[in-house]
Design a protein around this ligand. Structure first.
Ligand code: ATP
Ligand SMILES: Cc1cn([C@H]2C[C@H](O)[C@@H](COP(=O)(O)O)O2)c(=O)[nH]c1=O
Length: 225
């Protein structure tokens, strides 16, 4: 089994089931002797967590949203993600740049050309390969109809500024994810998140087993309880 750093992001609309599967996957990697850094965006460092509070709590225009998301990401990459990958760890990240394209791009209607420029600026010039743009090796895209995601979230918690958006917003965000997945089919794996927790877990572990990143026995057991 490979021991190089492995960067896996979890993406999808709010309520798609990402967070429920990150710790079980972290456990599966730990069971195989890997060190795991579990983190999230926006967030993952003290500075980026402060920016998260602003993003999720304060009204602002789409350019400000995009700049704050990328500023938080730069700090997160420099302080947490790149060092962990350089140490050979597995980094499991709840959202990354695809979320900016889906929420600020497709959801808010902000220019994807500008987002692409920011993406390149923020994700290059760091760590082991400074000329290359840092990207996840794999993105698990939890694809779920917005109405089902909303019904799952209804009883879960009070909505933040994004979760409080209307159905049209989430339809655009979902479409944004679909387009992003289509543009990078080698990186994205679509998870049918409308299925049971057991089925979702099977889909995730099978994707990792196929790449040789998890042993087959892990796919048979475990998962969220
Ligand atoms: N496969 C599933 N079937 C039914 N309910 C699920 C499933 N997966 C997760 N849930 C439930 O749906 C709710 C949302 O799940 P979770 O918090 O994991 O989503 P999320 O994608 O991380 O959301 P957010 O992005 O808003 O943080 C939770 O109450 C969780 O228990
Ligand atoms: C990274 C990122 C996130 N968002 C939005 C998406 C979610 O609504 C929240 C994060 O909340 P979660 O419970 O941790 O999923 O932030 C965004 O709009 N742009 C981004 O780049």
């Amino acid at each position: 089994m490979a021991t190089r750093g492995l960067f896996i992001s979890f993406e999808g609309i709010d309520g798609a089931g990402k967070s429920s599967h990150i710790e079980p996957l972290a456990e599966a990697f730990r069971d195989q002797g890997r060190t795991v850094t579990r983190t999230r965006e926006p967030g993952g460092t003290p500075l980026a967590e402060s920016l998260r509070s602003l993003l999720l709590g304060e009204a602002m225009d789409p350019l400000t949203e995009a700049l704050l998301a990328f500023a938080a990401r730069r700090d997160h990459i420099c302080q947490v993600i790149a060092p962990a990958l350089a140490r050979g760890e597995v980094v499991l990240c709840d959202r990354f740049t695809d979320a900016t394209f889906a929420y600020q791009g497709a959801g808010r209607g902000f220019s994807t050309e500008t987002l692409s420029i920011l993406e390149r600026m923020v994700q290059t010039g760091i760590a082991l390969e400074p000329d290359l743009m840092l990207e996840p090796h794999l993105t698990l895209w939890f694809d779920l109809p917005p109405a089902l995601a909303a019904s799952r979230l209804e009883s879960a918690r009070a909505p933040d500024r994004f979760e409080a958006q209307d159905a049209d917003f989430f339809a655009r965000v979902a479409q944004g994810y679909a387009e992003r997945a289509q543009s990078a089919p080698q990186r994205f794996v679509r998870i049918d998140a409308a299925q049971s927790r057991h089925s979702v877990w099977q889909q995730i572990t099978q994707a990792l087993v196929r790449r040789g990143w998890l042993a087959i026995m892990v796919a048979a057991g475990g998962g969220p309880r």
